[in-house]
Design a protein around this ligand. Structure first.
Ligand SMILES: Nc1ncnc2c1ncn2[C@@H]1O[C@H](COP(=O)(O)OP(=O)(O)OP(=O)(O)O)[C@@H](O)[C@H]1O
Length: 248
């Protein structure tokens, strides 16, 4: 059962996938990130919540090396992989070449085939992005992210555009893949339930820093109806300023 291996994570956390100290980011006069500290261990899945505009994407872009920073340090995050809300596949390359991007064809093709098999698309390696559903395209994006065994995987709302059923299937697949590959993961999401189902730890960002840090009990991750999951959901919604549905 894939969920059983998920519970092994806390004991298995070892070295850091990334360590962020006193990070600062300004846009003009406006300080978006002020003195943010964060450590994600290898094999650890961290979800980041926070109200719109609080700086989640700015943090993720800084970790990805897509944006500069104005102060502080980011250590250990060399060449992280990123999966965005939209798949960003190259339309004129077959799936295997999308996945093996940057590797030479001889070594890249077998690696891409294995990665596509892992996401259930092993029979489609010569197919084209235009022939994929939204969920399939995100599976290819995941294969592309994991093929290089990154130390840090950044997920920027990768399931937000998918329908509810596909999203649930993707959650199961992601848990399976990460139990095998064990990168450190930072998931930016607006979906509190997604954070509870997937993450070992949930951070809430406010005023440019991490305001809260919740550890997700394994029983909450495995069952969204478990009292521990309901209590955590209520706490998170309250902190995010959304009225919880079940007052005591
Ligand atoms: N390139 C930019 N130039 C100026 N301001 C920016 C730039 N990018 C982001 N900002 C500002 O920084 C703040 C944080 O933006 P960011 O996109 O990181 O928020 P977010 O938490 O990811 O929001 P959302 O949840 O809506 O995606 C916002 O006030 C935004 O207007």
């Amino acid at each position: 059962m894939s969920s059983a291996t998920h519970t092994m994570h806390p004991a298995g956390f070892d070295d850091a996938a990334v360590t962020v100290s006193n990070l600062q980011r300004r846009y003009g006069q406006r300080t978006v990130i002020r003195g943010l500290n964060l450590r994600i261990a290898r094999g650890e899945f961290v979800a980041l919540l926070g109200e719109s505009g609080c700086g989640k994407t700015t943090l993720l872009r800084a970790l990805a090396g897509l944006d500069c920073i104005d102060g502080g340090r980011i250590e250990g995050a060399s060449q992280p992989a990123v999966v965005f809300q939209e798949h960003r596949l190259i339309p004129w390359d077959p799936l295997w070449r999308n996945v093996s991007l940057g590797l030479d064809d001889r070594t890249g093709k077998p690696l891409a085939k294995a990665a596509l098999e892992e996401v259930g698309l092993g029979s489609r390696i010569d197919d084209w992005p235009r022939n994929l559903s939204g969920g399939q395209a995100q599976r290819v994006a995941l294969a592309r992210a994991l093929v290089r065994e990154p130390r840090l995987l950044l997920l920027d709302e990768p399931f937000a555009a998918l329908d509810a059923l596909t999203r649930i299937r993707m959650h199961a697949l992601v848990r399976q893949l990460l139990d095998r590959h064990r990168p450190g993961v930072l998931l930016v999401t607006h979906d509190v339930d997604e954070a509870i189902v997937l993450a070992d730890r949930i951070l809430v960002m406010r005023d440019g820093a991490i305001a809260s840090d919740y550890t997700v009990a394994p029983e909450a991750a495995h069952n969204r109806d478990h009292p521990a999951a309901q209590a955590l959901r209520a706490q998170l919604l309250d902190e995010l300023g959304v009225a919880a549905a079940t007052p005591a």
